[in-house]
Every structure is written in structure tokens, then in C-alpha cells.
Design a protein around this ligand. Structure first.
Ligand code: ADP
Length: 438
């Protein structure tokens, strides 16, 4: 292109020089050189002005400058612009194709996707969103999503800051279908709502729960019978089977405990809420320390520290059982001579925690995230030796969830463990005697 431009420029310059030479020659011959030179200049200027005006019209009226639009320098300029326009158009077409591909892919997703602007108005949604949320195209574009999806909890969640997924929301189209929702923040405060139909998953989960509950229930009676008969046999009557009898009794007791724990878990899983009773923590902690001392049989030091005088709001029975699990574990996993401390502490955010600290074996870091899974044990043999079922911490987690509380575990091998139940301030009550005090 540069060579062509140079050539065109040179040819143009020669043409102009020839025009002025001819004008000068005519001017000298007619004794009016200045007038002839002026006429030649006007001709050259007029011609270029005309080309410029034509070119401006082409640019204004046509998307693409036509090919071979003029010769000389003007032709080169036109071809350069045409080439640039062609490249820009090709780029635009490529972008559009990609945009369409992307929209097609999003439209074909089995999950509902709704793009929201910063005011949470609908910018775009796919076919699954129409199906799961009852949105209609194009009627609902630009509408506020919370005006269209009128289901309890939805608007509150959508405007919330937490960003946690919303699990198990009934579909506004069909209350039998259950949805799981996730809000993903995009640039400029816009967001993307992704909704998945989890009805099938919940049904399977329910089948699993029912199965475990039914099996546990069915096992209860035969186990009681076996246990009962084993208890009736005195080891002195069958001295040769004494050790076998002892083992049989141990195992049947363990099985009974596993069945009881499974039934407790099923019962907790089936509940959304627990009674809200005022729990005075001092007597509860003292009762727990007595349980620890009884289990320890004097082999451990058991301490109680009350840094917070407030009462707790929750189910006395379930919380006692959860705390008792932690205290029992602390004694079971701490060698003789160790210390178990029960601490009721105020949290900086107004909540409180019940911490059960021991100076026992401790737990390697890689096990910590999995400890509350059913039957997860760091050491199966140690758990069995001490009569564990592997379900204790699962039960604790469920009880705490039903109190909107969480379990925190700090532990390191050789440095002991601290299991803490952390409650929010809405679960705490000033003690009755002080409630009316200024
Ligand atoms: P288990 O009945 O086996 O004690 P849990 O669910 O109560 O079951 O606990 C799960 C596992 O967590 C235990 O097997 C044990 O390995 C570990 N664990 C629980 N509490 C403690 C503790 N205080 N110190 C050390 N390890 C513990």
C-alpha cells in the first residue's frame, strides 16, 4: 500500500507540475503568465474539492466504501479506509456470532439463569427460568424479579448481603418442586441468578433418611431381645464361655447404642425447629462436670469456668445431650492424668460459646473438616475401645444447626482439643433476677 501511495503521489505531483508548466507556457505566449497560473491553480483546487466532496458523500451514505473508488492519492485513501472498514465489520460479525453462541448455550442450560441489573430488574433469562420461575418472554424483561417470584423468603434473600445459596425454595409455578438458588455478583453491581431444580435430589435424600430410620427401628426389637437374653446368662454358669459372653455383651451394647444414635439423628433431621426453653447454664455445666467426673472415675481433673452469666434459649434435652457428647469425648480421648475444662464464655459480637477443652491426644489437621461426618473416626480402634459409635459429633452438629449455632474445633496432635458450640446473641437471655434491673 505504501509503494502504491508513493507512486500515486509522484504521479499526482507530476500531473500538477505539467499543468503549471502548460499554464506558464500559455501565459508567456499570451503575455498573461500570472492569470494563467492562477487559472491552473483554481482548476487543480476545484478538482480536488470536488473529489473531497464526493468522497465525503460516499463515507456518509455507504457502510463500506466501494472498491476502486477513484484513482491517484484519493484512490489510495479510499482503498485504505475500505480495508479498515472490512476488518472492523468482520470483527463485529465474529463478536456477534460468539454472543449468539453464548446465548444459545445459556438458553440450553438445564439450570435457570436470570441476568439482573443493579436494581435487580430482569435483563435476560433462559428457557429453564421461564419453566422453573414462571417468567414470560418478553413481558417480564425489565420487571423487578421480586415482584414476579412471590414466594416466602425469596425477596428477603434476594436483597440480603450474605450471598449464601437459598436451599429448598418451593417453585412459584408448582409448590411440589423444590429449588436451590444462588446469586452470583457480576461487574457494576449486577448479578446472575442461577436456579436448580433439586426435587429429585431431595426425594432421594428423604428415601435415604426413611431407610436409615426404618432399618434402625426394625433392628431395635431384635437387639433388645438378644441383649436381654445375654444379660440373663450369668458368666459363672458357663465359665468356659466367659470371655465370649463378655464380648457378646459388649458388641450387643455397642449395636444398641449405634441404633439409638441413628434414631436420634433421624429424629433431628426430620425437625425444623426445637423447643425454646430458658436454660440456666450454671446447673447445666455442673451436671456435665459431674458426668465427666463419673466417666473419668477420678483419673482426670474436671474444671468449670463461667465467664458469662447469661442463660441460653433452646432445647434443654437436645443441648444437654450435645454438650454431654463433647464432654464424654474429652474424657474418652484424654489419657489419665489429663484435664478437661468446661467454659461458658461471652463472644465479642454479643453471642456466647460453650467450650470443652481437653489436654488429650489431639487430632491431626487433615481430619478436622470431616469429624462431623457420620462414622468418621480418626482412629477406629481408639473409638471402639472407648465405646464410641462414630455418630456423636454428627448429632452435635445437627443439634447446633437447629439452634442456628456452629461447632468450632481447634486441635493439634499432642496439644489437646477444644470443641466449641458458638451461639448467636439472639439465643442469649439475661438471667431472670437481673432482667428487670436498670
Ligand atoms: P466416636 O463415637 O468415635 O467418639 P464422634 O463422632 O464423637 O465419634 O467423634 C468422631 C471422632 O472424632 C472420634 O472417633 C475421634 O477420633 C475424634 N474426636 C472426637 N472428640 C475428640 C477429642 N476430644 N479428642 C480427640 N479426638 C476426638
Amino acid at each position: 500500500m505504501m509503494r502504491r501511495l508513493r507512486r500515486a503521489w509522484r504521479a499526482g505531483a507530476w500531473r500538477l507540475a505539467a499543468l503549471f508548466a502548460i499554464a506558464l507556457a500559455i501565459g508567456l505566449a499570451s503575455h498573461a503568465p500570472i492569470a494563467c497560473l492562477l487559472a491552473a491553480s483554481a482548476l487543480a483546487l476545484g478538482y480536488n474539492l470536488l473529489r473531497l466532496a464526493r468522497f465525503a458523500r460516499v463515507l456518509a451514505t455507504q457502510r463500506l466504501v466501494p472498491a476502486a473508488n477513484g484513482s491517484g492519492v484519493w484512490g489510495v485513501i479510499a482503498d485504505t479506509i475500505r480495508e479498515r472498514q472490512r476488518l472492523a465489520l468482520a470483527g463485529k460479525r465474529r463478536m456477534l456470532r460468539r454472543l449468539h453462541d453464548f446465548r444459545d448455550a445459556a438458553a440450553a442450560l438445564p439450570d435457570a439463569v436470570v441476568a439482573l441489573d443493579r436494581e435487580q430488574r430482569i435483563e435476560w433469562f433462559n428457557a429453564a427460568a421461564a419453566n422453573l420461575l414462571g417468567l414470560e418472554y418478553p413481558r417480564d424483561l425489565g420487571a423487578h424479579l421480586h415482584d414476579l417470584v412471590r414466594v416466602p423468603r425469596f425477596a428477603e434473600w434476594l436483597h440480603g448481603e450474605a450471598g449464601d445459596p437459598l436451599a429448598d425454595l418451593p417453585s412459584p409455578v408448582d409448590a411440589e418442586r423444590h429449588l436451590s438458588l444462588r446469586l452470583i455478583r457480576r461487574a457494576e453491581d449486577r448479578s446472575l441468578l442461577v436456579v436448580r431444580d433439586v426435587s429429585q435430589l431431595l426425594r432421594l435424600e428423604q428415601v435415604r433418611r426413611d431407610f436409615v430410620a426404618n432399618v434402625s427401628h426394625e433392628l431395635r426389637t431384635p437387639l433388645t431381645v438378644v441383649h436381654g437374653y445375654l444379660d440373663m446368662i450369668e458368666p459363672e454358669q458357663v465359665p468356659e464361655y466367659e470371655s465370649i459372653l463378655h464380648e457378646l455383651r459388649n458388641q450387643s451394647r455397642r449395636m444398641t447404642q449405634i441404633v439409638e444414635d441413628l434414631l436420634t439423628l433421624s429424629r433431628l433431621e426430620a425437625r425444623d425447629d426445637l423447643p425454646r426453653e430458658r436454660i440456666n447454664m450454671r446447673p447445666l455445666l455442673l451436671a456435665l462436670s459431674r458426668e465427666a467426673a463419673a466417666l473419668s472415675q477420678g483419673q482426670h481433673t474436671v474444671l468449670v469456668e463461667m465467664d458469662d452469666g447469661r442463660d441460653l434459649l433452646g432445647s434443654t434435652k437436645e443441648l444437654h445431650s450435645a454438650f454431654s457428647n463433647l464432654v464424654t469425648n474429652a474424657v474418652r480421648y484424654t489419657p489419665a492424668g489429663g484435664r478437661v475444662t468446661l467454659r461458658w464464655q461471652r463472644e465479642a459480637d454479643g453471642g456466647a460459646r460453650l467450650a470443652v477443652a481437653d489436654t488429650g491426644h489431639g487430632i491431626p489437621a487433615q481430619h478436622l473438616p470431616r469429624l462431623t461426618e457420620r462414622f468418621y473416626r480418626v482412629s477406629t480402634s481408639r473409638s471402639r475401645e472407648t465405646g464410641g459409635t462414630g455418630l456423636g459429633l454428627s448429632i452435635v452438629k445437627h443439634v447446633l444447626q437447629l439452634h442456628q449455632a456452629r461447632l468450632e474445633i481447634q486441635s493439634a496432635p499432642g496439644a489437646g482439643s477444644t470443641f466449641s458450640c458458638v451461639f448467636g446473641h439472639e439465643r442469649l437471655l439475661e438471667p431472670l433476677a437481673l432482667a428487670g434491673a436498670p
